[in-house]
Design a protein around this ligand. Sequence first.
Ligand code: NAP
Length: 268
Amino acid sequence: MSEQIVKIVIAGPRGKMGSEAVKMVTETEHFELVAVVDSKYNGQTLADVDGFGPLDVPIYENMDQCFTEQEPDVLVDLTNPKVGRKHMEIAFQHGVRPVVGTTGFTDSDIEELSNIAEEKQLGAIIAPNFAIGAILMMKFSQMAAKYLPDVEIIEHHHDQKLDAPSGTALKTAQLISEVRTKKEQGHPEEKEELEGARGSNFEGMHIHSIRLPGLVAHQEVIFGGVGQTLKIRHDSIHRSSFMPGIRLAVDTVMKLNVLVYGLENIIE
Ligand code: NAP
């Protein structure tokens, strides 16, 4: 039996992630890219925009109009947190399930959006990292922190990233804090000679954010114990690394009626 076609709208199609998502959706047999939402090129099609080839997919600036005319099943949002939150609210109003890779949502954003999803009985997925390897890195780090509670996180991203620390670093710290006894690391009298030298502090563990051109998304979690260290590292060397996770999220969100935060909650 053939799978049901999922009708998809992508917001942010010209972006580094969005353009990969356009490729993934158009190459997936049971997905149909019915439209895109962009801040430019209203009324044109992707075929009119450099880099997309002959894709006869309409471009809308107005998401309400897009959803009314195209009646999609799923919105894939890869924009920025301010816009992404507004897009999710519009999607819920139209009964469209959001799959959101946009990072930088606050805890209160997640709580408020979860309440709307529950009220509307609509599935939604927000994942700060769609790379399966990164999810494994977080899970292995949580496992290690039980035995090696002294840990620092170093995340490396391209220099156009707006939020710091990354959503993945924060999520890793949260997962670790669920299993480790809270402690302030380093010397009790430690003093920063230059502000920020020790990075940010999440319940006593430090997170360091590196931003450089040439990087994509990388994270190292370093544990220290008596006479030993352990490093767990993940590298996304190309944005295609996030696409299998987005594909899985689109299929999964069709079966959900709540908001799920984090890809780790939809994979075994
Ligand atoms: P990017 O290259 O800057 O792309 C963002 C795109 O969103 C741009 O094309 C931008 O268009 C567009 N945009 C802005 N406002 C819009 C609006 N109102 N309507 C429609 N489109 C709008 O950024 P990126 O690297 O692709 O990243 C996008 C998001 O994904 C970021 O939040 C990033 O942190 C996140 N991310 C997530 C993962 C994950 O696995 N979850 C992985 C990598 C990145 P203009 O340039 O014209 O404003």
